[in-house]
Structure formats: C-alpha cells, structure tokens
Design a protein around this ligand. Structure first.
Ligand SMILES: [Zn+2]
Length: 403
C-alpha cells in the first residue's frame, strides 16, 4: 500500500479501545446545552466547554468573529444577521502536510424547542438534540486528534480545526473564514453523521435560498379596485411558474413560504415568496440563476408591479472529482486496515464540505458517528459506532504523515 497505513499507526489506535464511555459522556454533556444557531449564549457555553477539551491537544486556539450577513424579513426589508464566533485550533503549522478538520457547534433546535435533553433508549441508542448532528462528530474528531497526538506520528502531520456556529443556516457568517483556510491544507475531514447504515457521502447537491419581493399598489377593494395592483396575486403566478420548472429530478425548486396581504378589503401591495433550489452541478446552478433573472425581468414588465430578488447558492454543488476520488481510496484503505467495508452514496443535502470543495479543498464530510433522524426529535446516536469512527478518522489523519 502506498499509503502510510503502517502497523505502528494501527497499533496506536488501541488508545481508543476503552474510550466509548468518556466519549458518550461528553456528547451528552454538550447536547444538554442548547446551541440552536440563534442561541448565541448557548453556543458560547458549548464553545467554552470545547476550549477546555481542545486545549488538552496543545495547539494554538483562537476565537474568530463571524461576519455579519444580510437577510430579508417578511416585509421585504433587508436586515443584518449575526452568527456566533468560530473556534479555530491549529497545531504543527511547520509540518509539510496539513489537514483540515471541521464540524459545527450549532443545532437546528432553538431554546423554544421541546427537544432539549438526551435519553438512553432501551435498545442502547441515545436520543438527543445534536447527538449525531453534530456534537457526536465533534467528540469523534477530538478523540481522533488525541489519538494522533499520543502516537509516535505526532508532529508529522499539521492540522487545523474549524468549529463554526452557523452551519445549520448555510454558514452565512463563517463562509468567508472557511474558504480563506481551505488553501492551507491538502485535505479536509468533516464530521457530519454518516448515513444510517454507515455509508459515507460521496457527492452532494448544491443548495440556494432565494426571496422574491413583489410590490404592487394598495387600493380599497370597494371604491378603487381598478387602481390597485395585487402583489400577492403576481407573486402567486410567479411561484406557480417556478414550481412548474420541476421537470428534472436533478434540479428541484421548493416554493417554501409566502408572506403577504392583510385586510380582505385592501388590494395587497407587498408579498414575499421564498424558494429553495438544489442542483447537481455548476451548469445547472447557472441555468437556475438565468431562469430566475428572466422571470424577474418578465414580472417587472407588468403594469404597477415591481419584483426584486435576493439570495444565492450559498452551498455550491460538491461533485466527485479526482481529489475526492483520491480521498475515497485513502479512506477505503484505512477502512480495510480496520476491517471495515466503506460504502458511498450521493445526497441532496449540503454541508460545509460543499464550501471547502468550492474553495479547492478535496474533502470527505461524513466521518461522524452513526445514527439517524437528524433535524427531528427522534435524532439518535449508536454509541458503539463512536470508537470505530474515531479509529477510522485517526488512521486517515496518520496516513498523511510524511513517510
Ligand atoms: Zn444538520
């Protein structure tokens, strides 16, 4: 094998053999702290706890502010959004080969969700907010790094960790930092959960959110109906046209939300529609952008109606290219050394792996633990997957050591 998956590396993984309980305890502790994306105080608590843990690795830690980002509210007004900061850890910056490790601290469950605490089920699985998406992944990453740093290969691989606070809203505030660090490393390991049967994700669709702000003219429906220009009706026609673009399963348009209108005796002068679009490649992304531009132009021609669009593909598509193929065979070799069969599948979901890929960093983004039902109160973790996943990640890291 050309990879440096040697006997010493495999032997050093024994360090992990008795770590399942401590890993699980830390996951439960982190999940019991609410860190919904917009709960900045909760995210800070998680970050402080993780600073304690990651400090033990002996690298340089810094807390980097996220960038403010713009959003459109339901009245069509632009407002500034703010995400929590990023925890950035680096070690052995002088090493020849550097690897990026990344995962998020935020979850989709806000403080008002009824899903707040972990419960161990009768079958031994652990049900809790973020157990696999992605606090389980943080703990797998941490233990893989501890294993590396306790081994004779410590210092032969440089690494950096990015723990961001806003992945669940498309990393709006951490996108720039993520992309700025991509060029410092040769490969990326991300710790999103694997698919339920342990299959890893190969390609991912790109995803974009768009808002269409339609303005018309208000009028009393009894006195001046003819003077009114109905923004809600115009938006409805626009949304039907967008929905009818769903002819190719590779490109999906989901009209997800409409706001507008009020009193029934007034012609509505404002309506805002929101659409999520998923594409397989950048050609399709361009196609969508052109379609939307021409629809906006068409509706702007209507008398008394104006349409504005905001939004973008915040997660570009992540195709399988040569860099990804090399990563896949590296991971398969490491899996083989551990007696694991590695399977691959594409998915429509996006992750920060899409952002690193767009910035030129080949990466595999599902090295976290096994479980299922993310983004629901049925989210669960299979604790027996923790040690094997940490071993796989540690061995992949070690495979980058200079021979
Ligand atoms: Zn998620």
């Amino acid at each position: 094998m050309s990879l440096n998956v040697n006997r010493h590396a495999v032997e050093s993984l024994q360090w992990l053999d008795d770590k399942q309980d401590s890993m699980l305890n830390l996951i439960v502790e982190l999940c019991d702290i609410n860190s919904g994306t917009f709960n900045l105080a909760g995210i800070q608590k998680v970050r402080e706890r993780l600073i304690e843990e990651f400090s033990t690795l002996g690298g340089e830690l810094e807390v980097v502010e996220s960038e403010p980002w713009m959003t459109v509210d339901d009245r069509g007004v632009s407002e500034e959004g703010k995400s929590g900061p990023i925890l950035h850890v680096t070690k052995w910056p002088e090493a020849e080969t550097k690897v990026m490790l990344c995962i998020h601290m935020d979850t989709v469950y806000g403080p008002d969700s009824s899903f707040q605490k972990c419960v161990t089920r009768q079958d031994g699985t652990v049900n809790g907010p973020g157990v696999i998406d992605a606090k389980g992944g943080i703990v797998v990453m941490l233990n893989a790094l501890k294993t590396l740093e306790a081994s004779s290969l410590a210092g032969k691989i440089g690494w950096e960790v990015i723990l961001n606070s806003d992945e669940e809203i498309g990393s709006r505030g951490s996108d720039t930092f993520i992309r700025s660090r991509a060029g410092h490393c040769v490969a990326g390991l991300l710790f999103e959960p694997s698919l339920p049967d342990g299959t890893l994700v190969s390609w991912r669709k790109g995803s974009g959110n768009f808002a269409f702000i339609v303005r018309g003219r208000s009028a009393h429906t009894g006195r001046d109906f003819a003077k009114g220009r109905n923004a809600l009706a115009a938006l409805s026609r626009l949304c039907v046209e967008i929905d009818e673009l769903n002819t190719d399963p590779d490109i999906t348009y989901n009209v997800g939300r409409i706001n507008g209108g009020g009193a029934l005796n007034a012609v509505p002068d404002l309506a805002v529609g929101r659409v999520n679009v998923r594409v397989v490649d950048t050609d399709q992304q361009k196609q969508v952008e052109e379609k939307f531009a021409s629809l906006v132009a068409k509706y702007n021609e209507a008398d008394g109606i104006s349409v504005e669009m905001s939004g973008e593909f915040s997660s570009p598509p992540k195709p399988i290219d040569d860099g990804v193929r090399q990563m896949q065979s590296r991971i398969e070799s490491c899996g083989e050394a551990l007696g694991m069969e590695i399977k691959w599948r594409g998915t429509g979901g996006a992750s920060d792996g899409n952002r690193f890929a767009a910035a030129g960093l080949p990466n595999i983004d599902t090295l976290g633990p096994c479980g299922d039902h993310i983004h629901s109160d049925q989210e669960f973790l299979i604790p027996e997957s923790l040690v094997p996943r940490a071993k796989l990640a540690a061995l992949v890291l070690m495979s980058f050591a200079a021979p």
